[in-house]
Design a protein around this ligand. Sequence first.
Ligand code: XMP
Length: 512
Amino acid sequence: TLLIIDFGSQVTQLIARRLRELNVYCEIRPYQAVTMDMVRQLAPRAVIFSGGPDSVTREGSPRAPQEIFDYGVPILGICYGQQVMMTQLGGRVVSGEGTAEFGRAYVQPKTPLPLLDGWFEDGREQVWMSHGDHVAEIAPGFEVYGTSPGAPFAITADVSRHFYAVQFHPEVHHTPKGAKLYENFVRLAGFKGDWTMGAYREEAVARIREQVGDAKVICALSGGVDSSVAAALIHEAVGDQLTCVFVDHGLLRLNEADEVVAMFRDHMNLHVIHAQEQELFLGALEGVSDPETKRKTIGRLFIDVFQKYADQIDGARFLAQGTLYPDVIESVSFSGGPSVTIKSHHNVGGLPEKMGLKLVEPLRELFKDEVRALGRELGLPAHFIGRHPFPGPGLAIRCPGEITRDKLEILRKADAIYIDQIRKHGLYDEIWQAFAAILPMRTVGVMGDGRTYDYALALRAVTSVDGMTADYYPFSHDFLGETATRIINEVKGVNRVFYDCTSKPPGTIELE
Ligand code: XMP
């Protein structure tokens, strides 16, 4: 393992990404949580200090445990991490006017250093700087290996102890040789780069077996990638001790429930309960048009239903969840702070305590694309793994205003045609998420020689990295025209189609 101590940089997760790309396993821990007991338990082979927003010159600013410098493993300090190293090892950092440097800078070599193998082939190297303070005096034992106009100590090292300190951010894109620097660092630390998905699968299976023993596990299968991969992995570990509950709330897409259940039952051999609760959900949603009421109604019923089925499984002691790494990192920079609820998200958060269940979360160490790789490794079909996200409340939030069975029927057909069009034009993988929504209004049209008074649809497609921000997808007019025509011709009850050109912000991805 490689330990990354997070001092609150906005880009700490990128360090982890760079290391995973080198097939090195790493864990991020906030500096407050790093004690020598914790370090000894994790037994890292190397440590990286991240950047951070504070100033080491401020009293009480974050530090690493002093004894970590005697622990005997290589340490790489980045930006604030560099300054922490210098301060704790006897150097001096100053802040003040004229020492700040933000953005592109160029480092010149001074003396060759194995950490910099592959650097300076064309003289200088571009790096990305973002610092207010700078090192005025390096710590005893350190020497300078690279300088920039604003940072005379841009790259320093104590080679005998394998301590390296850089002022810039090698993890960001704008430091083109940054990945090479990480590669050199992990090689110097003795990592073989043999952490693969195959290896992860084996380790994870062993860990699940140890945690679960011969107890039973239940899992709420949503058909999404995360819960599916978690279920497949747990099934590999404990076989029929796992029972999945697939709650069909009547708000799924065309044929979705049957496809998901068939795939898990027939293709993957999992024990799946198909909870057919359409009437319960649609009944409770009758006459409801407020978005938050819809979401809360669905969330509450989901928990009730899941609990009802779970209660029928004798001796269930564990609840499986597809929690991912970005959800669990106690990131220093993002923790805390009051935030406004834009939408009540659908999850089973409070369930484990209520039911006295322990959690099994086998994807806690993985990023989304790693979960996809693991899914492929476990034999889930590629088309399934690459599916666009689908929200827990399903079509309910794509049907602004009151939900009726007619509207859901129209929506299912139109959505299927839209997605078919996107696949036919080879655009599915370029788009992060695409769907149709049915608008709460009717408009007048003319078809054949008759007047129509039918529903209008909105089509939505966005590009995004994490769903937090998004841009609308720039379809060609031909594509939009062809798709609108197909939908209106093939779906009875629709006579108008709009394309939603709103990005997020100010819009959200879903309409409610
Ligand atoms: P918004 O509409 O908030 O959506 O921009 C961002 C992403 O989250 C999905 N989404 C949900 N996913 N439960 C989920 O599992 C929910 O309640 C929920 N609401 C929105 C949405 O589809 C998009 O990918």
